[in-house]
Design a protein around this ligand. Structure first.
Ligand SMILES: Nc1nc2c(ncn2[C@@H]2O[C@H](COP(=O)(O)OP(=O)(O)OP(=O)(O)O)[C@@H](O)[C@H]2O)c(=O)[nH]1
Ligand SMILES: [Mg+2]
Length: 218
């Protein structure tokens, strides 16, 4: 059986922010929601859950961000798609947390993701070497996942050969467990905790949810 976690009992995490943000029109990491950048918001939500946080910025040449978290480039430059970021996350985790069996990934554009994300994904591992993936409302959220570091070499060769590089297709190659997260009950109705903010209009909607949520802890 593989260790479910790092030595601290918490896993390392990587925020996936290496996309083009073409629908938003400007980098989503720097977009403001409730007066805070999306990156700061995601880091704030993730910090109590994990052992360490790095940020995948695709072609970024490395170094630290203003928040002090390391920025990591894709390990295979020029291959589009989020799996390039997942691979970079696996390689990074192997370096910074040699005892860890998995790395958690969280995309930059889902500002209300659960505060129990890491604990519930880790707790769902059965044998210990599976991918644990978040679901809500009957839909898979494949970038909210705990990835076993042992499958990094398989991902490395698979993304070089499979042109579509679909995240779901890669998950289907391996043992996985699904973890269902409930909607968040608010006075204004149910909120999908994985609400995705890709466009300026969705950003406005997220701002409205934030105002409604002011009194309710999520
Ligand atoms: N490293 C890396 N990450 C990516 C790439 N494309 C998408 N991602 C990440 O995958 C996640 C989901 O992708 P999208 O929601 O489509 O984000 P996006 O590609 O920035 O936005 P669009 O250009 O509007 O599709 C985001 O967290 C991105 O940062 C890529 O080419 N390389
Ligand atoms: Mg998105």
């Amino acid at each position: 059986m593989v260790d479910k976690t790092s030595d601290s009992g918490r896993c390392p995490a990587v925020v996936l922010a290496g996309g083009r943000s073409s629908r938003m029109g400007s980098p989503k990491a720097a977009v403001l929601l409730g007066g805070q950048t999306m990156l700061d918001r995601v880091i704030e939500r993730l910090s109590p859950q994990v052992a360490s946080i790095a940020v995948n910025l695709n072609a970024h040449s490395g170094g630290a961000l203003p928040s002090g978290h390391p920025a990591i480039a894709d390990t295979i430059p020029g291959l589009p798609g989020p799996l390039a970021g997942v691979l970079a996350a696996m390689r990074h985790a192997r370096q910074v947390a040699p005892g860890a069996s998995h790395v958690l990934t969280v995309p930059i554009d889902a500002p209300f993701f659960p505060g129990t994300l890491a604990a519930r994904l880790q707790g769902a591992l059965i044998v210990g070497d599976e991918i644990a993936v978040a679901w809500s409302l009957g839909e898979m959220h494949p970038l909210f996942a705990l990835w076993p570091l042992a499958i990094a070499d398989d991902l490395d060769s698979w993304i070089r050969t499979d042109e579509k590089r679909r995240v779901r297709a890669f998950i289907a190659r391996h043992a996985s467990v699904a973890v269902d997260f409930p909607v968040v009950a608010t006075k204004a109705g149910p909120l999908d905790p994985f609400l995705n903010v890709n466009t300026p209009q969705q950003l406005e909607e997220a701002e409205e949810w934030l105002n409604r949520l002011e009194d309710s802890a999520i």
